[in-house]
Structure formats: C-alpha cells, structure tokens
Design a protein around this ligand. Sequence first.
Ligand code: CU
Length: 444
Amino acid sequence: MKRRRWQVPLGMALVLLLGAMPAHAVVRFQCPANLLTDGAGPGGVRLDPATGFPTGETDDPNVLCIHLTAGDGWVTMADKVKYPNPDPVNLPAGSGGWPQYIFGFASATGIPDNDVMMAGMLADVWSAPTLKVREGQDLYLTLTNVGMILRPDLFDPHSVHYHGFPNAAPIFDGVPDASTVAVPGASFTYFYHQVGPPDGDSAGTYMWHCHVEATEHMQMGMLGNLYVLPAQDGSTVGGCASQKYVFTDGDGSTCYDVDYPLQIVGFDQNFHDKHIAVQPLPFASMKDTYSMFNGRGYPDTTLGRDAIPAPVDRDGVPLNPDPFNPDGKPSQRMSALIEATAGQKVLLRISSLSSTSFHNIEVLGIPMTVVGKDAKILRSSTGTNMFYQTNSVSLGGGQTADAILDTTGIAPGTYFIYARELGHLNNFEERFGGMMTEIRISAP
Ligand SMILES: [Cu+2]
C-alpha cells in the first residue's frame, strides 16, 4: 500500500499535541442563546445559501453564534495545464493544479464540542468562511485551535482580528501581544456588539484574519470576509424594490439587487512549499506568484460555489482525508463568478487581504459607482453623497470598497473584471489566469 504523505505527520502530530496541551485546554462553544436547528447544516443549523456556511442564527434575533476552527490543510491552484488531473478515470473533472499547503479556518457551527477537534483537522477552507452580521446584533465568535497537523513542530496560537472594528476592549482585538489568543486544543470566544441606529452605524464590507505572526499566517491563508448588513434592510427607502442596501443611508442611494464577494488575495508558491518542507521561510523575498479572487485563480474563479474537487497529491491521493468522504474535504468553496440579469444593480464587496502588493482591478463595459470605502459610506459632513464613477479600484492590504455595477441597458454577455498588472494574471508559471473573473449578464 502506498504510504500517504499525511500519515507520518498525523501520528507525530497526535503525540506532540497530546503532550503539549495543557490539562485545562478544552473545546467550548459559548452562546447565550440556542442555535436555530431547522436547517440543513451540522446539527440542523441554518446555512447561508450564498456562502454555504452556517449563519449562526439563534432563537434570539439579536444574537449570532459562530464557531470556527483554525488549523492547516491543502488547496489546489488553477495551473491545470501544467499540472493536469493525475487520474482522470477515478478523479472528478476539475482535479489537478499545484497543491498548496495552507493555514486556515473552517466552520464548526453546529458540530458538538467533542467532535470539533476531529472535524476541524485538515478542514481549512480558502477563503475562510464569510461572516454576516446585522447592525444591532451581538456576535459571539468562538475560535477553536485544532493544531497544525502537518507541522506538528509548530505550537502557534491563532486569533480572530476583525479588521476595522472599533473594539471597546483590546482582549477581543486578536493582536497577540495585546490580547488573548487560542492555543492548540483550546477555544476562545470573541464578543462584538454591532452598533446600529440610533446609536450609530457600522454597516459595510469588512474582513477578518488571524493576527498571530500576521505576515506568515496571512500569507498562509488565514483570511476571510465579514459583512455588516444595515438595519435599513427589509424596508423600502427611496423606492428601493429589493429592500437591500450597503449602508443605512436614509435615502436609498446604496440600493442593490445582488451582491458578490471579490476578495483580493495571493500565495507565494515558494513560501508555501518551503513551509510544508519545514525549511526556513523566505520572508524577505515574499512575492505572490498565484494571484486570486476568493481563493481561486482564473478560470477556477468562474466555477460554482462547491465545484472545485477536494485537493489530491500527484498520485491522486486525497490531501485532506476525511473518514466520512473518500474524496477528502473540499477546501475552495467560494465562487468568484458574478451573475446578474440586465437591469440589476450588482454590489461588489471588494476587499484586499494581500500581504505583498497593491492591486488595481478594472471592469470594462459596465458603469461602476463606488459608494463606500473601508466600511464607510462616501458622504460629506454636510450629508452630500460623494459617490464616484470609475472603471477601476486600487486597494492596498486591509482596504475595502463597496462598488455598484449598474447593468441597466447593458447587452447580455460575458464581461471581465481583472487585475491591471500583468504579473497578477498568471497561475504561477502558467500564463492567462490569476486575478480575473467573469461577469455574466443575462437578458431580463
Ligand atoms: Cu494564525
């Protein structure tokens, strides 16, 4: 029998983890309400149809409870011409591409505490699960560190840094030298009160990431999206038929029909390969060679939400083994395909969590209006909207933009959104890929 590359490290990991865990370390999901259990997720929790991850809704409409695990795992890149499917007979279409070792997060909401360690091992998803909160809600976010199974020599804690959130208490900030972090085998619950009217506003597009050894852990994949939905949602303001808004704007000017994530991220293949090879990490030469939207390079960006098969190695052996699924755990679950019916307003929730570069992304053929930056409506102190039309947006790491595409009068067809720099349009050594996706407009 072929020896699988994870078996030896898995054994080492168990021995080392058991030895290293303090006796009091325990998985504990904290939630002051009961999770709603009328859905299709683990334990019957509700799933968000857009993201496929549990919503965290409870029987208290003002309380959300989400459980995440932090650990490691594998994903596959989009260079499928150079690294084709190793076993086209037995593996699903779309397999192939160079595997990359990652650190990351997985959803554990609804999984019983005693099962979370096993469920979270090699279960990381890239990008991390999207979190959606509403103005006025309280979010209880439990993070459980399941350890790095394939790097058992590491005892790194992990944290959640809710980027842009004005924490009242630094303990929930996630910066390791100023706040608490989750060590391997332990859980920590973060609390965020999402300010809403009449006390203020906090709606918009945010991001979250691990802040422990941030350059390394962020390059390795510990990045996710966080959206705060406005209290104004569900009411008609300014004739907005969809009743969906980017912000509690008071005039309906940020009305949209459909929204899509567009998270700017990248991997330096050398950094990731050195990491799993247990070699010194090339921080000084870090440069992304795989540029991606939502954890995928083109053309994988255009595949459906759960369409990318679980990663396999060059022999076709699953890299994220799962006792309940012979194919392993899938890890790139978020699509970057943008679809709309002509006439709709499409909100692009653009965020950059790149740890290496600035990015300029461009849309041709569809008018784009930027209505918010860094989760703030573009509005002057006297109340005048400062929205602007453009065909490109530039973002550095840690920045977001809320941009609305107006498809009124746009001819049905396929349009592109892509990085302007040619070096970001590759899947490593394979050209014509990278940070690009399609906007497919259908006839009304
Ligand atoms: Cu981390």
